[in-house]
Design a protein. Structure first.
Lengths: 347, 347, 347, 347
């Protein structure tokens, strides 16, 4: 099969680098264009990007000349994956969709648009029906699909099986979020050694809003977000009220057995087990568990009764993989599998 | 005034070192005996203790020969402050109380004893009435008083004014606890760099149990405890359900105006403001706020509505000062001010 | 005595904050003007500065309106202390000196000027003779004096007694430097957790150049500078070649006995012992020893024979105190004691 | 080819875990026995080992019952790889060698034995001649071979090409060593956050002694060793005196072109390039470069003139891979390739 030609927007940023990493050697996708701002455009990728993922960028893109994020620069692509920040994505992504490009975005700019799916393939693949209504409105093959905020993704995955099995009424969640979630321009070392920043702009609102949209239910969520001195892996402590009494063992079984909506589709980076349940008293831990399932599984542990609600537990999700670039690529895989991509004419 | 003669139990441990630090130069108390295990007994304090608080131990105790934690070794004291671990304190502290010594303890060994006050002076000074019933039972001047667990102290202080003003029904709290809370034998660096340990043995149960005892109300508490790579300062994210609707401004006013039960007693280390309320969106932070009020104030910030309960906020308390040695010393000060200490006969 | 009226340049930066901290309550100096860039000018200091030293700025300056770094804004000062970055200091500091102001600077902009002393009071107080030649050239009372780079200060202090006693030929030094040395805009947390940056722009050249100037001898220095994830305290591993065989005990004695050129002058912040020598095998350590002598002493440990040169040892110096703001204030104290300041006419 | 049957000594420790990780799926070696102390013996490996390398132990060893480190327990092995600590290895490893087993050790216990090679395959493969003299003395097929201390390995690899090309007279080296170098029982988090420990017992002596033995030349080395808060990757700053003037470019060429003594042997884990030279001003960095060459390459950067000696540079080596388990496995591969292993009779 000929691979789909992919453009990466914001290719020099942290999400962009993770997108490059995950597409290098991907069986369905080939990097066609690396696009970024005019600070980077015109320079070879290895010079334009301050590569922070270890060693060097993949050999095949080191010399690739970075281009701009315009429809013209991306005209040779079948789809684009976007690691742009929300402020820039707000105008740029719709322009590309109007130009006929499927935009699989990681940004928050369009997540509140009722026509834009906030997609977690295992959880709400059915929301892809929105793509057709977007296309009808735009009058072309382009559209926008996003993945959730990095701290929402893990929560949505862990709550989905509980919601399906038992019904969730409300939950309180406290996050311990890694520095990579803030991108290359995140907090200074001086503010993060021996410290916690108990505030991430807009994060709590995103979690509260996106979870309800993904699960399609008016679940009340109270989120407390913290930035802590870890590199990768968002840990979340969750107290959840279910519609009936549920034992930890029942909940663990529901989580373990969860296959999600994409089992059997053969998506290349879908994890074998979307949720890994651990029995040790002190797991998950960011350094030990963030790479479960190649960084695409959510790890849940310490499932126990909650004195205030029904149950409580801890979850861990790799924010930069499952919560960002990995989620974006998985969304692209689902679109390909569902026939929502098209070969665009070659120049 | 002649100063009270104090013995410190577990003087070489981390809480013991903090007790030494806080008693050096104290206007009411003089260190009479430094007591520890037989590994340390017989050696000068500066050799026996691996001093981790910076520079050297206070000059006046460097050469003090460490003794054992027996009634005989402590017979020259008017009271003892205990930094012993629970396992050792379980037998040792009652033995000293039976020998006539007031024991102001930091350990958890006796906190569930209904006759032992879990004392936070500003909050439940009235619980000192239990001292007389202990004395009656023991038939002598000795007794045991404890401070709460280090993660409970800050929570109790922050919730007390809200409980008094508005009534608390239940709360969910997630802690981000510093390494010093685990003492000198806490987690390894290998387990704490770029990591979180989402489990502290017995900690959640202590918080849930002690808070109700201190506030004298059956408040349901769901605690999620995490050890993170900070040195000092426990940060806690709290969602609380009150008996009526309360605005953030009302809650902030109640916290700011809280003086506590010991205002006016002139206790030397009581903070001017038990609770410091901050308005910045990103405070409190452990490194910036743990030393508020000389480490004795609790800092509260981010008071805001809670989508699930009534209000939510963040609090920070210096675990090794307010939550341990500082709390122990403040309890001793309160006992002195209330006339519950006695000069014991000199040999 | 009426206190000298001081202006602080770059008052909102990290060195500026440390200057404010050290001048609050200073017996000889009073803060008259807080000056910074036009981003801050016109705003109260507590709003203009993102205060990172814990709690809040000293009460007396919280409401002080920040001004610009112009001769007019600073006309009511007897002297200025500068925490400006080199790029800005290059033009600004000479302008102020020409306007008649003594400028005690922390910046590197003028350290290579042969008429500007790079001053460590205990080591080269005699270099103050240069002040008169500056004044003669400028034709007024103004002049510039600087302290060394933060990593040079500790080295110069530790090597001075060895140079005086035994003669130093050359040395190799590797530094492990704290994040605060890079100021508020230093490395990101993402680049400093579980990492070392083995490069600090211009730092090695500064050390090599400034040491020779301070000691007044053509000592060859090879410096290796590293930024590591500590907050405060530069640690340096030194191998030194002396002009004759010297035992560790001889060297330790020379360091311990060193009083420096300012002993007896009664400078308020001069440490009792410029150099603290420790005998433990694993000291100095940044967190334990950086506050020795109120942050103004250099701690030296592990003095031992060197298989390649004569001796090797480890030193630690508080970069933000002794190596920056504290050194600047000590220089100002020395200037005052030497009669090199003058009351300027009041408007 | 039938794979060699390998026993791992100290299999539950940190080096042991790395040995397990590297042998899982190895083309030449199969894990036959996992051996440890009597605390672990009799328990399945997944229970006996506190696995700290992420996720879970490899599936094939999770249920393997741990055995003791006796000749009987290991009688079914063709060779043993040892991650034992020196104190235990001192007696145990010779006993196994006398029982006929080749012991490829990571411990320091026998490195000073003149008959035991301290082996870095690319550098001193010729030292394997000592195996025969050991065998002659022991009268059987057993022998001991070790790899160097983790901080020596990187230094030996980086200096070997310079020594061959230009001759090394002496060097000064300062290390910034990761926490994993101290094993599972290394420094506490409380001692490593915001701190450096400038002392590692015996480390400097090992570096100074082992380097000379490996290079077979009486090179004077002055080592300064520091434990810093990184997880993996020892960084070393080196000043070196060569026998003649050498430019950085010449040195870089010698390092880049170095193939080592094992090129062409097809050793499965030998890195393509033993030494990676980087040109960026701020590399190598532990987090970015420790996995170069699968953790088996040493990365060298910042090659520049030295004001005191000839050249200076920074090197980085993965202490737990190249400097420990990876080095041990590579040594075993070399022994296999050289025909120094033998199939032992099956029970």
């Amino acid at each position: 099969m000929e691979r789909w030609r992919v453009g990466i927007l914001g290719a020099t940023g942290l999400v962009g680098q993770r997108l490059v990493e995950r597409l290098a050697g991907h069986p369905w996708f080939a990097i066609e264009v690396l696009a970024a701002s005019d600070r980077s455009a015109g320079r070879p990728y290895a010079k334009a990007a301050r590569w922070v993922l270890g060693d060097d960028p993949p050999a095949e893109v080191r010399g690739t000349v970075v281009r701009l994020c315009t429809p013209e620069d991306l005209s040779g692509c079948d789809l684009v994956l976007s690691g742009l920040e929300a402020g820039i994505a707000a105008d740029l992504e719709p322009a590309l969709a109007r130009a006929g490009l499927p935009v699989i975005s990681n940004s928050s700019a369009h997540r509140t648009d009722p026509e834009v799916p906030v997609l977690v393939p295992e959880v709400n693949a059915a929301h892809l029906a929105l793509v057709e209504s977007q296309r009808a409105r735009l009058g072309g093959p382009g559209f926008i699909v996003t993945n959730p905020n990095c701290s929402t993704t893990g929560l949505a995955l862990a709550l989905a099986p509980l919601h399906r099995a038992f019904g969730i009424r409300r939950c309180v969640v406290a996050t311990l979020q890694a520095l990579s979630g803030a991108g290359l321009e995140g907090p200074r070392g001086l503010d993060t050694v021996d410290n916690v920043i108990p505030f991430i702009l807009g994060e709590e609102e995103k979690m509260e809003r996106e979870l309800a949209k993904i699960l399609g239910a008016p679940i009340a969520v109270s989120a407390h977000c913290h930035r802590i001195p870890t590199l990768d892996g968002h840990l979340e402590a969750v107290s959840v009220e279910l519609e009936r009494a549920v034992s930890p063992a029942e909940a663990a079984a529901a989580l373990r057995e969860f296959e999600g909506d994409v089992a059997g589709l053969g998506l290349p980076t879908a994890p074998v087990r979307p949720i890994v349940v651990r029995d040790e008293p002190d797991r998950p831990q960011p350094r030990l568990d963030r790479n479960a399932g190649g960084g695409m599984s959510v790890t849940v542990g310490r499932i126990r009764p909650c004195p205030v609600f029904t149950l409580r537990f801890v979850l861990l999700s790799h924010n930069a993989v499952r919560g960002a670039a990995g989620g974006t690529v998985l969304n692209a895989e689902l679109l390909a599998a569902r026939g929502l991509l098209a070969r665009r004419g070659r120049a």
